[in-house]
Design a protein around this ligand. Sequence first.
Ligand SMILES: [Zn+2]
Length: 73
Amino acid sequence: MMACGVPMLLASMWAALLRRVFALDVFECPRCGGRLVGVHTGGARLQALLERLGLVSAPPAAEPARSPPRRGT
Ligand SMILES: [Zn+2]
């Protein structure tokens, strides 16, 4: 099984390393302390889920580049 293109074994080894070195549990939600049960990486199912939850489901529109601000005017 793959997660974000990374084999699950490598992903779990990475998580174990972070927990051991930094005492960081990457599967724990920083807001509520709940456990991460899955990850969406994009696609139509994620967009449908975000819309169902009433959250922003599309990236913001790109704005055109502008000149840097003038100095010393
Ligand atoms: Zn949470």
